[in-house]
Write a protein that binds this ligand. Sequence first.
Ligand code: FES
Length: 424
Amino acid sequence: MSSTKTPSSTLSPPVLKSLKLNSSGLGQATPKPLSPKLASPKLSFSLGETITKPSLKPAVWSPSTTPLVLVKRESETHDSMSFTFAAADQALFDFKPGQFVTLAVKIENKTHYRAYSISSAPQQKQLRLTIKRVPDGLVSNWLADNLSIGDSLSALNIAGQFNSSDCKHKSKLLLISAGCGITPVMSIAKTLLAHNSDADIEFLHCARDKDNVIFHDEMQTLLTQYSNFKVQLLLENSDGFATFSANNNTNEKTNEKTNSRALSHQTGMVSADVIRQLYPDLNQRTIFLCGPVGFMKAVENIAQESDFDMANFFQESFTPAADNKQQDQISSGATETSVMLHVPDFAVEAEVIQGSLLLDALEKHGVPVIGACRAGVCGSCKCKVTKGSVTSTSTETLTEEDVEQGFVLACSSTLKDDVTVALS
Ligand code: FES
């Protein structure tokens, strides 16, 4: 795939008009666009008064008022696809690199909310989401099969604590991803490269084989643009991939020196040996990590065993667009004992199985709770247990005060006994 291509369908930018003040002080539009950079903050008025000039800052997209319009869709691998959106009002997308957007997708008259990591850089007029099909997944597969250029979608918010703005980091970084976990990490890489010329960025991406490497061409392009960027691919199976040594960039098939900026790759799985061999200066770096849960646990263990300072270790706690998988795993702890679920605001009094996921139980009984990430990271399913108790595996977006007051994340909480719940 190539992200550098011009979108097949784009919308024209808004025209910024300067205001020329006449002697009465009334504004009059002039036809020539004025660059925001050239605009001075104040204008002297002919009668000697100083007035504040209206702001010419570009509008920022607001999910609550403006839908997203699909302007481009492109295949990344056999089971993943990038969707590029523009705001219907041509606003800029303002977010922190690494964050996700929660989409509201209507399928057969029911709205489903799902969180997807953003793979583009912020402060642009286009927003790219890269989505992987999920076996038996509802929303991801529906988007891949049905969303066409010109279609619009609503969104709830942009959020996420895994981002390179809030997570304090060193100028030396190691970005690690696997599979579709590359999505937020690519946004971080592109933003840092564009704005931090002193950054020293190593990127380790793991995949099954070359055909499953998302953003392969885009990484190659970044390599040729930025000398402070290095990429290492770690492939379980590298058949059919010209073999480059990780260290000396020699093509082993032709024995010729290759472009020193070519993508390097090794065959294998992530391990302490591989990490030590590739990154002898590991402890001088900040790590940003995203991928499947087992992969992230393995990397976390390697870091801990290497005496890595975990204050410099940041990971995204969910694989974007996991649809209902994690929810099913949490629900599998359910027993056959029944407990009562009360939701007075929606007149719900229902018998449910002890150990059920609270989010499942609420949805099943028609309570309009929003479960966007379904993995305890977005906060959209926050609700209050006013009586009874639940067992929670994540309180990630809740404050200590929230927890004291009984707030829980429904997607990460199972029912222990009879509970009474309020949505806010
Ligand atoms: S659905 Fe995102 S935290 Fe529960």
